[in-house]
Design a protein around this ligand. Sequence first.
Ligand SMILES: [Zn+2]
Length: 370
Amino acid sequence: MSYDHQKIEVEARKKWAGLSLYECNLTDDSKEPYYLLCEFPYPSGDLHTGHWYAFAVTDIYARMLRARGKNVLFPIGFDAFGLPAENAAIRNGVDPAKWTLANIERMKAQLNAMGVSFDWSKEVVACDPSYYHWTQWLFIKLFEHELAERREAPVKWCPKDQTVLANEQVIDGHCERCGTEVEEKRLTQWFLKITQYAERLLKNLETLPWREEIKEAQRAWIGKSGGAYLDFEVRAKSGHRMSTLGSIRVFTTRPDTLYGATYLVLAPEHPLVQEITSSKFEIPNKDQIEKYINETKKKTERERSENKEKTGVKLEGVVAVNPATKEEIPVYLADYVLNSYGTGAIMAVPAHDERDYRARRARLQVRQKV
Ligand SMILES: [Zn+2]
């Protein structure tokens, strides 16, 4: 006799489905509740090993919790809004809705064939109006509380496809779809003011049992750290003399290192850069600066911040005044400084570089933990 898995397992699955074994009764308070959530897959077509890398262990854990008498809510769904559906629709001339729903059906069959203990009665599909009307409801609530605001910000733009591109769609400065060189364009967009909650996010982060380097990454993302804003007067050559043309504001977590600040670095998009290059001021290397700005426009913010080799160019003929020492210090442009982060300008303190300091502090804390 041999084990005919195809026949036997199909029968077994039918029986399990009929018993609603994994359906969580949310009103049952006789057992301790446990909400076990894994990241919902994107319905790209077929499941792959990566999906099982995430689901198998979570499934084992769900079964263990149930065996220990917990009332386990272990739902599943599909994170079904996305660029791949749009790309597939263009490539194959299919309706993105049809393509997405067909993929979901296929993946559901595969998930079920593996016998995972998901509670399918709570399934959500992000592209279904019954789901996204809640996303819309949430947005309206944020808007009513003045937590959603519209403002201009740079985006990656494909001039051929006439569309905004996500960072993931920019490959080496070119559009993933058509290969056209990507441009940067300023467009009005919606932003959610999470900064309003920065204090709470930072405070509550402390209570989480996460690794220190993950917490440090979160802190950088939350973006609010204790420190001070400092204003540097900026002077440029106009005619025979240096005249004040404005000021550069920097944020630092270490205002005590101001005495050691020996140069400033601006994001290439910093408004002052445009002002300087398009004005009467004499900038000997204007061409070099404009070239650098154009090269930066082709890069995504991620590429810029991950860039291992720092590049930059000096703003010739421009100086900033260190407010503590009154010393004139040079000003550089560098693409690792992002205009969307902080003030778009940093002061460099060779002995106490701010980023190095943060990284060192994170490493130190990790070491102290072990
Ligand atoms: Zn394109």
